[in-house]
Design a protein around this ligand. Structure first.
Ligand code: DGL
Length: 280
């Protein structure tokens, strides 16, 4: 039986990521849908998720979703590809019907794949993502369903999230790993015309990645597509939209030190934030 605490109530839209990466999605969502209230939760204490097992990513993600539900969120966006790949389906199919059948949890992979069909001309795309996302084959599966004529080549980038989370994205060490992973992808398939940055942290390496990828190849950051897809979703689901409060606010929560989060988040968002530290 569902828990009455998690019946559909009015509240902010929840945005979850393992760390700072989801801020790239939050930023685009708030630009597109500025009227709503948001609560961002970064599990910085346990990042990165990309090298963790399926079971752990699912467990951590479910804990975060439940916390966001406790805070009244009628809708939660997993602004993390790894969590979307490894936890979204189980949460939607097994957990939500039991604990909160009227609330919704959405991910970032489907909106990205929906965009691909109209973007690639050669029908050869590349994916740069965490080891967890690549191993899950979620992009291959979703692309196979939506545009089966598209060939996808993937390269896992295990060093990129740790470099970004530790604010080493501008270091020479980061240069080495950006050059190395992009080289592997371009060697895997010379016909790629679109590369999916399949991790919400990666836009923070955009300039560096651009230097190693020929200009005719599009680098696809997910934020705008996720924001557009959310806007459509809210139009199509008035029962959820009605419950999203409109105070244009954003609350920031982190499982690590709030001061550290504030320092880093202000770099990523170009504005000062006041986070609160919580435990999951
Ligand atoms: N931003 C997460 C993603 O999109 C990073 C995962 C991680 O913590 O490794 O996959």
């Amino acid at each position: 039986m569902s828990d009455p605490r998690f019946d559909l109530t009015a509240g902010p839209i929840g945005i979850f990521d393992s760390g700072y990466g989801g801020l790239t999605i939050l930023d685009k969502i708030r630009r597109r849908l500025p009227a709503y209230d948001y609560v961002y939760l970064g599990d910085n204490a346990r990042t990165p998720y990309g090298t963790r097992s399926f079971e752990l990513v699912y467990e951590f993600t479910l804990e975060a979703v439940m916390r966001l539900f406790e805070l009244g969120c009628p809708l939660v966006i997993l602004a993390c590809n790894t969590a979307s790949a490894k936890a979204l389906r189980s949460i939607q199919q097994s957990d939500l019907p039991v604990v909160a059948p009227r609330r919704r949890v959405l991910g970032v992979i489907r909106p990205t794949v929906e965009a691909i069909d109209g973007l690639t001309v050669t029908r050869h795309v590349g994916l740069l993502a965490t080891p967890g996302t690549v191993k899950s084959q979620s992009y291959d599966i979703e692309l196979g369903k939506l545009c089966p004529d598209v060939t996808v080549s993937s390269v896992a980038c295990p060093m990129w999230v740790p470099l970004i989370e530790s604010r080493e994205a501008d270091s020479p060490g980061a240069d080495y790993f950006v050059a190395e992973y992009t080289r592997r992808l371009l060697e895997a398939d010379g016909r790629i015309d679109t590369i999916i940055l399949g991790c919400t942290h990666y836009p923070l390496l955009m300039d560096k990645i651009r230097r190693h990828v020929p200009w005719h190849i599009r680098l696809l950051a997910q934020g705008e597509y996720v924001a557009g897809s959310l806007a459509c979703y809210l139009t199509r689901h008035p029962e959820i939209e009605r419950c999203c409060t409109r105070g244009a606010s954003c609350t920031y929560l982190t499982t690590e030190s709030a001061a550290d989060f504030n320092d880093s988040a202000s770099i990523f968002l170009n504005t000062r934030v006041e986070a609160h530290s919580i435990q999951l």
